[in-house]
Design a protein around this ligand. Structure first.
Ligand code: PLP
Length: 485
């Protein structure tokens, strides 16, 4: 779908889009009908090159949890790198630019095999934080990576290295763990092409939790126990690890009952199977607690972190049992970027911001308002379900067939209408006429589910204004939905 996307009244954006299409293959992006061009960003907002403001309801892809270009985060990040004197000279109030030195002293941008103090400080801070949370008792060592999929891969390498006879990995069906190597092997289901024979899948509750209205419903683990026992019978002691996301993210935002994840963990404990929790997208507040293992009452052997860990700087990590991570020998999990000082400085800045600004407490009020607003969208005949964790900051809004259009078509139209905006101003904005504000979403997950995941720092008033915009976008589809896009 290499559509040359152009939007009216977006001359600058259209030029940049055209430049991108000429110089990059389409495979670099997932399809989003807006192909928004983001010239500047601050907090929860982006601005297009034309100066139109967009609420960022994607946070990159659940990365900018602390908002875009936070001054205090940057201060900490540069501080950990030791850039103060450089910056003071270049951009400080008394810009003298008189230095005759071509280099300055600070942490190196790259250290590879060498060890930097900032790296060890990041290890200690991360481990101390995770161990202090309920369920963090097994957090003993950190194995860094440069992306979520790499970290998943490293967690599985370590699990397989435990013993030659333990060569089977169990994963939950329709999960998303990445597109490379073993992270891809445990993504999706057994029907996928070129399936790795070492991977077996078990079901994840979807029907039981299709909508927030089912949150408190009773849950029967028995059918899942049957699947696990069948695998145990087939493979005996060969199963080394079971890896799951806390909630199915890329698979369409399915948030399971605690009893499901706890049942998986119990099974692992009974049979010396490692319990791996892929928190690449859930970490740092998305499920309402700092880590999803707290939300679901778990104590994983390995936790995989990513996305929000660096608030925009590419960093990921496997954190967990020392004996497991030490199963890999020198060099077996090394690469050019892992444990890079930039990653360590970004991680420290993120952890300090969460601690000092009490991000999760402020998030709760906005979470309730957003959910209230999202529930109102269910009155539209093309909206099927809303899913998410109470008090969290990520929801999936599922669309359905209506009036001759399919759920995926309505979902794409909603993304586009929200982006284009142009709805009447409300008295909240104390103005008349049309607002030029829009909302930046990504294209639908699992074809027909829109993910709502603003930065966690969204304020209650911003949440109110943005839910109104979403409502207006849905309403506009009722009146001119088919023509609009
Ligand atoms: C749960 C989960 N695991 C792993 C990944 C892969 O991360 P990355 O894209 O950084 O490789 C993702 C990415 O969306 C994810 O959501």
């Amino acid at each position: 779908m290499n559509k040359r996307i152009h939007h009216p009244k977006e001359e600058l954006s259209n030029q940049i889009r055209a430049g991108m299409f000429q110089t990059e293959p389409k495979s670099l992006r997932t399809f989003t009908p807006t192909q928004a061009v983001l010239a500047e960003s601050s907090g929860i907002y982006h601005w297009t090159p034309e100066g139109r403001r967009l609420y960022d309801f994607s946070s990159g892809v659940l990365v900018a949890n602390l908002g875009h270009n936070s001054v205090s985060w940057m201060d900490r990040f540069f501080g950990h790198m030791g850039y103060q004197s450089f910056l003071a000279e270049r951009v400080g109030p008394q810009t003298s630019n008189t230095s005759t030195q071509p280099y300055f002293r600070a942490a190196p941008l790259t250290a590879y095999n060498a060890i930097t103090p900032v790296e060890v400080k990041a290890n200690q801070t991360l481990l101390e934080l995770m161990r202090s949370r309920p369920g963090g008792a097994r957090m003993e060592k950190v194995l860094w990576a440069a992306s979520g999929s790499e970290a998943v891969q490293k967690s599985l390498w370590a699990s397989l290295a435990r013993s030659k006879s333990k060569d089977i990995i169990v994963a939950t069906r329709y999960g998303f763990h990445g597109k490379k190597g073993l992270s891809h092997a445990i993504t999706g289901s057994e029907t996928d092409h070129e399936r790795d024979p070492r991977v077996r899948f078990i079901s994840f509750p979807m029907e039981e939790r299709r909508d927030v209205s089912q949150r408190g419903d009773s849950f029967d683990f028995a059918p899942y126990a049957l699947e696990l026992n069948a695998l145990k019978k087939e493979f005996g002691d060969r199963i080394t690890a079971l890896c799951t996301e806390p909630y199915l993210g890329g698979g369409g935002s399915y948030h399971p009952p605690k009893a499901y994840l706890q049942g998986l963990q119990n099974f692992c404990r009974e049979h010396d199977i490692l319990f791996l929790l892929d928190e690449v997208q859930s970490n740092f507040g998305r499920t309402g607690s700092l880590f999803a293992f707290e939300t679901y009452g778990l104590e994983p052997d390995l936790v995989i972190l990513g996305k929000g860990l660096g608030n925009g700087v590419p960093v990921a990590a496997v954190v967990g049992r020392g004996d497991v991570l030490e199963s890999l020998d020198y060099g077996e999990a090394s690469d050019t970027w892992s444990a890079n000082p930039l990653q360590a400085a970004a991680t420290l800045a993120t952890l300090e911001e969460f601690h000092e600004l009490n991000i999760l407490a402020t998030m709760k009020a906005s979470s309730a308002l957003l959910e209230e607003g999202l529930l109102k969208l269910k009155q539209f005949p093309f909206v099927a379900h809303l899913r998410g964790e109470q008090g969290g900051m990520v929801w999936g809004l599922e669309f359905k067939d209506h009036d001759g259009l399919t759920g995926p078509e309505w979902a794409n139209r909603f993304v586009l209408a929200s982006y284009l905006g142009g709805f009447p101003k409300t008295d909240l904005e104390s103005g008349q006429g049309q607002s030029s504000d829009g909302i930046h979403f990504l294209g639908p997950l699992a074809k027909k589910v829109i993910r709502i995941s603003p930065p966690l720092i969204i304020q209650p008033q911003q949440a109110r204004d943005a839910t109104l915009l979403m409502y207006q976008a849905a309403q506009s589809l009722m009146t001119d939905g088919v023509n609009r896009c």
